[in-house]
Write a protein that binds this ligand. Structure first.
Ligand SMILES: [Fe+2]
Length: 186
């Protein structure tokens, strides 16, 4: 880990109700670092840059909570367990007074995607997949990460494609939102 990443990690502020392992916290820090890099390169307004950072910092806040808790928090008894942490975190944020709908939507849908996303949702979806700590396709993903400020929509489309290809290869199902997202970008 580079000194820059270490300082990002130390500055990372997670909600008090977060349930995350150290490994998860490191992933979250890398996602936030990538979002900050893109926000800077795109010269976003301070408000939008803050939205990107907050979405990154909070998206996996309940990623390591157990299934009974996430089902109880979301009231969702049918969706796969792995899809519940986004909605659960968004629910907690609403309860704690967060009102930025685009930040809430970015977090709520970050696992499956959402056609109505503004730029923050799409940025989080890309950063979650392109952050450098994941061990697969490192060269391709690093190239895509570096291309986001120049070709945001094209990289987004490619990330949607790669995430769906992976899901199918692993024999996983596709959420209706994911299928709709692909239809909207292909
Ligand atoms: Fe994540």
């Amino acid at each position: 880990m580079t000194p820059e990443m270490l300082s990002e990690r130390q500055r990372l502020e997670l909600p008090s109700w977060s349930i995350v392992t150290d490994k998860r916290r490191a992933h979250i820090a890398r996602v936030v670092a990538l979002l900050r890099t893109w926000a800077e390169a795109l010269a976003l307004s301070a408000a939008e840059a803050q939205a990107w950072t907050d979405a990154g910092a909070w998206h996996d806040a309940l990623r390591d909570a157990d299934e009974p808790r996430l089902r109880a928090e979301t009231g969702d008894l049918t969706r796969p367990f792995g899809l519940l942490h986004g909605p659960a975190a968004a629910g907690r944020l609403v309860a704690s007074g967060e009102t930025r709908q685009e930040v809430l939507d970015a977090i709520r849908w970050h696992t499956v995607g959402q056609t109505s996303w503004s730029r923050v949702g799409r940025a989080l979806y890309m950063a979650d997949f392109l952050e450098p700590g994941r061990s697969f396709m490192q060269t391709d993903r690093a190239f895509l990460a570096s291309s986001v400020p120049l070709a945001f929509d094209q990289v987004f489309r490619q990330v949607v494609r790669m995430r769906i290809e992976w899901a199918i290869r692993e024999g996983k199902g596709l959420a209706p939102e994911t299928v709709a997202l692909w239809d909207s970008v292909r």
